[in-house]
Design a protein around this ligand. Structure first.
Ligand code: NAD
Length: 276
């Protein structure tokens, strides 16, 4: 199975499908990431705040996979926005790496008003070779525009909550117009919704002989979105990677797009309300 690459605005490329480790217990992280690497995943999404970078690092070290074949993302937590160089050094130490492929400002925290400073520091970290690419997460358009006003560098991605119940295409297309690729977090609704039971999802699942989760992942991929579903179950983790043997047709794609609930579909915190 070959995962397509998406080209980033700095010339680097990211595997479109990866494995996310939010809420994966630090004690199980090594085992699960090793399992994911065995299945074929090469893109891992972690963050300093997840507390499991060491487990990701042990899995990388024990996998025997050459570093250049892996794409590792981690994120700068909110209380380190004015201290990003030291924060990335700590993450690199835990990951056992000299560089990450992608370093993200985790949330803008607009009330703190330090995200432009954080972004300037990330630009320095990219120049120093400690992050091959830099991007943001949970940014609204106004936050992106502020970065562009104050610096010369545009983030390569914006990682946002995105699933059939929360889509915001108008805003996401505006990011794409700025050459910012979209990464989906909570792509399956974090397993907290009834998405897996809706006919718009179960009917194509039955037709193609796949699971509802595979249909949703396929919908993201066909929308050109970068996606890294999380599962702590080895069978599901393998299933989530097995999404290149079928394709949704136009009407099946449209039916899922019609499930959008707008703001009501948001399961996590609104970026404007996260300030700690
Ligand atoms: P997700 O949408 O990937 O949902 C994961 C849950 O879906 C699992 O715990 C399980 O309950 C269910 N699931 C997964 N595969 C399944 C399958 N095949 N069949 C049935 N159920 C299945 O949620 P997530 O983990 O929150 O998001 C994915 C990744 O996004 C995270 O691991 C993390 O890397 C990233 N993330 C980033 C932010 C951010 O603020 N930047 C926030 C949350 C998550």
């Amino acid at each position: 199975m070959t995962v397509p690459n998406i080209e980033l605005n700095d010339g680097n490329a990211i595997p479109q499908l990866g494995f996310g480790v939010f809420k994966v217990d630090p004690d199980r992280t090594e085992e699960l990431v090793l399992e994911a690497l065995k299945v074929g995943y090469r893109h891992i999404d972690t963050a300093a705040i997840y507390g499991n970078e060491e487990g990701v690092g042990r899995a990388i070290a024990n996998s025997g996979i050459p570093r250049e074949e892996l794409f590792i993302t981690t994120k700068l937590w909110n209380d380190r926005q004015t201290d990003a160089a030291a924060a990335l050094d700590e993450s690199l130490e835990k990951l056992g790496l000299d560089y990450v492929d992608l370093y993200l400002v985790h949330w803008p925290c607009p009330e703190n008003d330090t995200y432009v400073e954080a972004w300037k520091q990330l630009i320095g970290l990219k120049k120093a070779g400690k992050a091959k690419s830099i991007g943001v997460s949970n940014f609204e358009l106004e936050h992106l525009e502020k970065l562009e006003t104050h610096t010369e560098e545009t983030p390569v991605v914006n990682q946002v909550e995105l699933h059939p119940y929360l889509q915001r295409w108008r805003e996401l297309d505006a990011f794409r117009a700025h050459k910012v690729q979209i990464e989906a977090w909570g792509p399956l609704g974090q397993g907290k919704t009834d998405l897996f039971e809706l006919p718009e999802i179960t009917e194509p699942a039955e037709k193609y002989g796949v699971s509802p989760a595979q249909v949703i992942i396929r919908w993201h991929l066909q929308n050109g979105v970068i996606v890294f579903p999380k599962s702590e179950n080895p069978e599901r983790l393998a299933q989530n990677f097995d999404v290149f043997g079928f394709a949704l047709d136009e009407s099946e794609m449209a039916a899922i797009t019609d499930l959008d609930l707008g703001e009501e579909g948001r399961g996590g915190t609104h970026p404007k309300e996260m300030n700690y």
